[in-house]
Ligand binder design. Structure first.
Ligand SMILES: Cc1ncc(COP(=O)(O)O)c(C=O)c1O
Length: 366
């Protein structure tokens, strides 16, 4: 008789369900017998431009080095980030995507008997990280789809190890001002780590949107996470980073896998960081695409949640049925049942023609 290894897994892990990513194009093509080239994927908040040319050139140059381990310290990428952000390289921790950093945070500061505070509708990886560490969840009801920071501050107790804040939040696209964040931080005990997840930072143009880096000097219990997966167009390579006090970074480094960021990712990220034109184009495309979708939703009389990310949530009624119908039209978007947002679909902003394909399909299936 074989053993049930799930039952033997750590208690928190037994209660986990695997993260549900957006459906890959190939899978939809296979299942619905569609031509993969005719499918539009607006489901995983990726950069529709594809990787930038400078990143591609860097990858090409690095290919001959693949037999060697990468630089485990990420020296050059950290130096470039440090210079750009006005920090010391010792304050930077590199991750295999920023998800890796969220996971490291859980391993360092969450455990049975401790808890994590985060908002309803917050990014799906916070519950996974918390649960995997065997810690308890304190999920604070959202306010207008966004984080209710006052209620989150109230939820902190003597067992709280970590508070997760996404700014802007995925999937809702809601965001917090610098004033709101500072008022919140003033209420957080100094021994509670606040993770400020800025995965979509580069897209946000609101004047009162805070730069987490500027807050670091005032709040030693703050850790800011960013990524090369979104505006920098390198989602597949898996590279993100966190910014924090040296002490926090050194703690994360104790559990970080020695070679957690591969050499293609290191080189591509370094090149992408210097490719201002690509970044600017990505932000411009996103802004225009957001307007295109908002205009269409208004014309169709659909409610949407205003978003500052590279995605937007729209209320379509029975989202599961609309999603299935869109798939048959060759359009992949993201249903939000795992977030208990059963009426909403999340659409990642694409190129103008991809957005139009989605709009036409939506008009057809509604
Ligand atoms: C809010 C938020 N944080 C973190 C991530 C993780 O991104 P990555 O691991 O690709 O850096 C995502 C990705 O969708 C996200 O939406």
């Amino acid at each position: 008789m074989s053993c049930d290894f799930l039952k033997l897994a750590n208690a928190g892990i037994q209660g986990l369900m695997p993260y549900q990513p957006g459906k890959p194009v190939e899978e939809v093509a296979r299942e619905l017998n569609l031509d993969p080239d005719s499918i539009v994927k607006l489901a995983s908040n990726e950069n529709p431009h594809g990787p930038g040319q400078q990143a591609l050139n860097a990858i090409q140059r690095e290919l001959t080095e693949l037999a060697r381990y990468p630089d485990g310290s990420g020296y050059r990428l950290k130096a470039a980030l440090a210079q750009k952000l006005g920090l010391s390289p010792r304050q930077i921790t590199l991750g295999n995507g920023s998800n890796d950093l969220l996971d490291l945070v859980g391993r360092c500061w969450l455990a049975p008997g401790r808890n994590a505070v985060y908002s309803e509708y917050a990014f799906a990886v916070y519950p996974i990280t918390t649960q995997a560490a065997g810690a308890a969840h304190k999920v604070v009801p959202a306010r207008d789809w966004g984080h209710d920071l006052n209620a989150m501050a109230q939820a902190i107790d003597e067992n709280t190890g970590v508070v997760f804040i996404a700014n802007p939040n995925n999937p809702t696209g809601t965001w917090l001002s610098e004033k709101q964040l500072r008022e919140f931080m003033a209420q957080v005990p100094e021994q509670v780590l606040v993770v400020l997840d800025e995965a979509y930072f580069e897209y946000v143009e609101e004047s009162v949107y805070p730069d987490g880096v500027a807050l670091l000097q005032d709040y030693p219990n703050l850790l800011v996470c960013r990524t090369f997966s979104k505006a920098y167009g390198l989602a597949s390579l898996r590279v993100g980073y966190s910014l924090s006090s040296v002490g926090i970074a050194e703690t994360l480094n104790r559990v970080r896998q020695p070679f957690n960021v591969n050499s293609l990712a290191l080189e591509a990220a370094l090149a992408a960081l210097g490719d201002e034109a690509y970044l600017q184009q990505s932000v411009i495309t996103n802004k225009a695409g957001m307007l295109q979708l908002e205009t269409a939703f208004r014309e169709l009389g659909l409610n949407y949640i205003p978003s500052v990310g590279n995605f937007i949530c729209v209320d379509v009624g029975d989202a599961e049925a609309v999603n299935q119908a869109l798939l048959k039209e060759g359009v992949i978007v993201r249903p939000l049942r795992p977030y208990r947002m059963n009426n909403h679909l999340r659409i990642s902003i694409g190129l103008p023609e991809e957005n139009q394909r989605f709009i036409d399909a939506l008009k057809k299936v509604l």
